[in-house]
Design a protein around this ligand. Structure first.
Ligand code: NAP
Length: 254
């Protein structure tokens, strides 16, 4: 019997990358899983590939997490399709890296809109169900970039904001049986970091190797590394853990 048997989890930005890794891990451990993402074909294909346990189900939902009407509809669809909601992972993300003197206003707005407003809207919609049933888990994706990265004023701001958001929600929702935590990955091999390599004019392997060399554990992370932490933080084994940000980065910021 998996830790997540009988649970329904919704993961945003789950068509690929870290979100897909977390969704797959929840499915392996028995959950029914809703994948939320922007691209209809990609999210449907991802839902079809989930390693579901017998009796569990999956649903693919197309929604922009920074749109309040889309989020309200998405949460309604998840509850309707899968019969409830117990776990929310706010993972959807974008980067628009630029030094501040070159950063257009729309790049600032987009990054804060997806990471911060998206997490706010999804959490606001999900907590209604969590508070009513006196049970829920929220996990927010922060980043080592929260500590400040050159060329990422928008992203670093959003990712540190996620940590404050996590602490505030933990205080508000703890009395109602809801745990709220964050995971802050370091470098993880996904299309997001491959795009960074391209922007820096480096090959994907060259970039990964350079980052691995600087890391105390001498490797970069995989979506599975983040999924393992997520599976713990959203489980009942972590019911006395709330308001925390767990850095999963191979010690890169030590
Ligand atoms: P990724 O491969 O780029 O995947 C992100 C997913 O989110 C994509 O499928 C994307 O869809 C979706 N998405 C973007 N905007 C959305 C929106 N408004 N509504 C719904 N879905 C949206 O990124 P990742 O590397 O897996 O990152 C996942 C999370 O981990 C992000 O929050 C990121 O900031 C965080 N993180 C990543 C790393 C890393 O090294 N990879 C490190 C620290 C933190 P489209 O492709 O259609 O845009």
């Amino acid at each position: 019997m998996g830790r997540y048997q009988g649970r329904v989890a919704v993961v945003t930005g789950a068509a690929r990358g870290i979100g897909w890794g977390i969704a797959s891990r929840f499915a392996e451990e028995g959950a029914s899983v809703a994948l939320v993402d922007l691209d209809a074909a990609a999210v449907a294909e991802a839902a079809d590939r989930l390693p579901l346990r017998p009796g569990a189900a999956a649903t693919a939902v197309v929604a922009d997490v920074s749109s309040a009407p889309a989020v309200e509809t998405a949460i309604g669809t998840v509850v309707g399709d899968l019969g409830g909601l117990h776990v929310l992972v706010n993972n959807a993300g974008v980067t628009r890296d630029n030094l501040i003197h070159k950063m257009p206003e729309d790049e600032w707005d987009l990054v804060l809109g997806v990471h911060l407003k998206g997490a706010f809207l999804m959490s606001r919609a999900a907590q209604r169900h969590f508070v009513e049933q006196r049970y829920g888990k929220i996990l927010n994706l922060s980043s080592t970039s929260a500590l400040g990265t050159r060329g990422q004023a928008n992203y670093s701001t959003a990712k540190m904001g996620v940590q404050g958001f996590t602490r505030a929600l933990a205080i508000e929702l703890g009395p109602f049986g809801v745990n709220v935590n964050a995971v802050a990955p370091g470098f993880v091999t996904t299309e997001m970091t491959d795009a960074t390599a391209a922007r820096l004019g480096l090959g994907v392997e060259e970039f990964r190797n350079a980052r691995a060399e600087r890391n105390p554990v001498r490797r970069v992370g995989s979506p599975d590394d983040i999924a393992a932490a997520a599976a713990f933080l959203c489980s009942d084994e972590a019911s006395y853990v709330t308001g925390q940000t767990l850095y999963v980065d191979g010690g890169s910021k030590l």
